[in-house]
Design a protein around this ligand. Structure first.
Ligand SMILES: [Zn+2]
Ligand SMILES: [Zn+2]
Length: 231
């Protein structure tokens, strides 16, 4: 079994604490004993190379990730093989709102190398919705061999149920993220057509202290499936 926390924000996310550097995240994950992590910044994969490098050096399993905000203001997590990072990033950049970040208001969007040195700053505000629908985002994730997981689906703003009222029938997602396993029953009652799926429980940590203890686990097969074989 693989303990995991697959929804973390680095200092690239404007709402992510500046202490959420690649090395700090990986060292905290190692300290608390997590087996696998993913950093899923808002609408950007530009921190992925540094985080992945740090995780590899520390011997922690890693899957590349991103948290997309769709036109419906729904958050959906995409997990990708590392070979897809550049092409997914290009797809996202073609769908940005065009609004620039205001660091005084939203916070900084630092891009680091694997030594935690700032190498760039993202100027495009990453908190806006992409110019793409939920269905288009999920189709893109699958096109690039990724897995689509509905983020904090129950009871939190930008979750699919708070945003749309229910999970649409025939939506082609691969998993649903909950903040607490009790929410699974609420979701099944709300959207009874949702059949068995991959249920994930991650922290959505924006600061180091919020990472999950190694409480939730995936089987080896589930982990391989999520990683897409390569990467
Ligand atoms: Zn979110
Ligand atoms: Zn998040």
């Amino acid at each position: 079994m693989m303990s995991y926390d697959l929804h973390l924000h680095s200092c690239l996310s404007p709402c992510g604490d500046d202490s959420m550097t690649p090395n700090n995240i990986v060292n905290m994950a190692r300290l608390i004993g997590l087996g696998a992590i993913s950093v899923t910044d808002h609408n950007s994969l530009r921190q992925q190379p540094a985080i992945q490098s740090c995780a590899q050096k520390a011997g922690i399993e890693y899957v590349c990730g991103v948290e997309l905000q769709t036109r419906e203001e729904v958050h959906v997590l995409g997990y990708f093989p590392s070979t897809a990072v550049a092409v997914v990033q290009r797809w996202i950049e073609e769908r940005y709102s065009g609004r620039e970040n205001r660091t005084d208001y939203f916070g900084s969007q630092w891009i680091m190398n694997d030594q935690d040195e700032v190498v760039d700053e993202e100027n495009q505000l990453l908190l806006d919705s992409l110019n793409a629908s939920l269905e288009e985002c999920i189709a893109m994730i699958h096109q690039f061999k990724g897995k689509a997981v509905l983020a904090h689906a129950w009871g939190k703003s930008n979750g699919i149920i708070p945003q749309l009222g229910f999970i649409p029938k025939n939506l082609a997602f691969d998993g649903i993220e909950v903040r607490d396993l009790k929410e699974i029953a609420f979701i099944k009652r709300n959207s009874p057509w949702v059949k068995e799926t991959l249920w994930l429980c991650s922290s959505d940590a924006h600061q180091l202290i919020d990472l999950h203890e190694p409480e939730y686990t995936l089987t080896h097969a589930q982990w391989q499936e999520l990683k897409g074989g390569s990467g």
